[in-house]
Design a protein around this ligand. Sequence first.
Ligand code: 26Q
Length: 834
Amino acid sequence: MHSKKFTSSKPAANITKLSPLGLESNHLVADFKRYYGHRLGRDENCRSPYYAYEALALAISDRLIERWKATYNAYKKEDCKRAFYLSMEFLMGRTLSNAMLNLGVTDVAKSAMYELGLEIEELIDSEPDAGLGNGGLGRLAACFIDSCATLQLPVTGYGLRYEYGMFSQTLVNGEQVEKPDHWLRNGNIWEIERPEYAHRIKFGGHTESHIDERGKKRVCWIDTHDVLAVPFDTPIPGYKNGTVNTLRLWKATATEEFDLQEFNAGDYAESVAAKNTAENITMVLYPNDANENGKALRLRQQYLLASASLQDVIANWVGRHGNDFSQFAEKNCFQLNDTHPSIAVAELMRLLIDIHGLDWDHAWKITRNTMAYTNHTLLPEALERWSVNLFESLLPRLLEIIYEINSHFIAEVSVHWPGDHDRMRRMSLIEEGNEKQVRMAYLAIVGCYSVNGVAELHSKLLQEGLFRDFYELWPHKFNNKTNGVTPRRWLAACNPDLAKLISETIGDGWLTDLSQLEKLKPYADDPKFREKWYNIKQECKSKLVEYKRTEMGVDLSTDALFDVQVKRIHEYKRQLLNVLHVIHLYDRIKRGETKNWTNRCVLIGGKAAPGYYMAKKTIKFINNVADVINNDPDVGDKLKLVFLPNYRVSAMEKICPGADLSEQISTAGKEASGTGNMKFMMNGALTIGTLDGANIEIREEVGDDNFFLFGLTEGQVEELRSHYDPLSIIEQDEDLKRVIKLIECGHFSLLEPGIFDDVVNSIRSSNDPWMTVADFRSYVDAQNRAEIAYLDKDNWTRMSILNCASSGKFSTDRTISDYNREIWKLTPVAPLIS
Ligand code: 26Q
């Protein structure tokens, strides 16, 4: 049949050579039609915009893929140093509009769709969010890889391809009800499965050691239950630069011999069912929930990510350099996104020693020169620990290696502080006690050459507090990298009208050099510019109102001050303080104290971890208070309180352009950085905030006159702790007393007596770690200053412009340049156009 004999299964160049795809409207229209009609098999009777989304997405994806290959080839040819961002979370949100922006085809695609009678917004909105993260840490990873591609840095993201992402939040009678997020139900056109690059991951079993032919001790990890990690790759385009990097997410599947073995045993149905054990590993994203700590499945996830990613990088290395690892550390580095992937420290040691035959010292030198760790929390209770017993049964070889790292490390400590046994106990990677625990943060610090916090204050507090002993031992390892957000998604794409005004005024250089927004500063005093700015903000507010009206049937007036707090619900973030203030405003209205009143819409959104009792109570509390206020005819437009359900990336894209006031009110010293604060600032909201996390740097950039500061400082909070007396604070504050009374007398729980007792008790307790009551007065005063400022529309707009103009520092392009200059030291590489 075939006249030609194939000697190799490798595709010939004539198969892989393709001519470049056009970026004009007619090219997109033609490709769209082909995908819609042929690939997807739809016709004019199909009413769902989802298929139109898919057809356009496929056309856009083709254009990414050709650039992806060019980037891949350039990195290969240059043999450049590479970095790998290891993260259990990549909170990507939607892809289509960002991909079009970065390819530079936003307007062309819009008119192409228009020509076909389609509204592109509708297509964009039918894409489900890739919600593979909890919040800040996961979204930071997504912004980082966007900036890496824009800066043309050879960085690959490694993560997990959860079948179910962050749960979707619904409200029933004001309470959060979680629904599974089956985001892959209709497929995912952006990913490419690459089974040929799968890796085998070991679990369980035991170790045996023997002396090899060269007299060296070798350890084998045997009788394991293996699973396969299969990569799915997603293209990550840079902004209009031809670079397309890779996000590689691992899916766990059963191994082939697992199938055979069980099949031969005769239990066909059971063996197929047992595949679930393997596939379960990447089934679901863990919510950030104290109740989920210590779960074996989470440790399996972490190890699968670390092992698969390291094996992948090493396989690549060995393919080029054989077993010569002498240059490995010069050419590779791994950034660990919190301790979640920090088992990578021990896994790299295992792979180098057990698989590639390096001796301990050589392997340790490589490990310590390739790994870098970012911390994202100051809460001691959030530091990851794993039971030694669990480790022993799941990852016995890794536990041995951790013990050996520890014994070398403790020897180092005892040289530095001879006889200081208390310090050795404090610093040990193993916490002694009833149940021995592995301290993952310490493993990360010991195994990495760089340890960073995510804002100036946070990094300082790590050195002085949580990691003090380690800072004294290795001060050179510690550094700060203040977070950022990508201005492409968080200004250009989500607020196109404002972006257009900015570009018309100062040119479009700001998109890749956000410090250029400074050029807007003189325009803050230009009445014409101010009017344009004001009109755009009002338009964004209208769109937000419209979005909420269709979604939840509430009507808001855009004349009101839009006061927004969206973030995970957590006591330290103090959504309760916000509600106390709302109740105080309500009380003022009821008392008739409404002279010089500023109408206000308070919008609060966020998910509570499913097992976090107080967070869930807070949601119920917000909804009950909202119910009373919004239905009281005395209140009318003066005050509205709305809980925004199912807060997620795509919701923030609609919310942040329409915010006037950004609530960043955590107890000082508790929020590592915050990144929502930056998105709001970039879109011209003013901040009301404490001296916490990146708020401090935001205030430094924009100036105290354009920021509503309140609250105790971190130092004052710690000083007050020993003699905190909320009851006397309440007693001395008439307004606060009335607010507490209203809650206590059941005003917001008439049909549900006592349901908010725990809420009131928590803030009245002298052990309240978040000291909500301590900041009440100062918060109310700051809110008052904001209200008065808002009455002067012109001056408010001026401050809004100055906030945006001062947000240049908070681009992840700046953050990533800092990481690169001080930690990774990569050289940018432009794609190879063949
Ligand atoms: C832990 C154990 C078991 C299951 C889940 C987890 C878990 C998951 C996610 C623990 C923590 C997280 C996420 C933390 C996070 O998002 N931290 C935030 O990181 C942002 C980016 O640096 C900062 O801006 C925020 O201040 C910080 O709270």
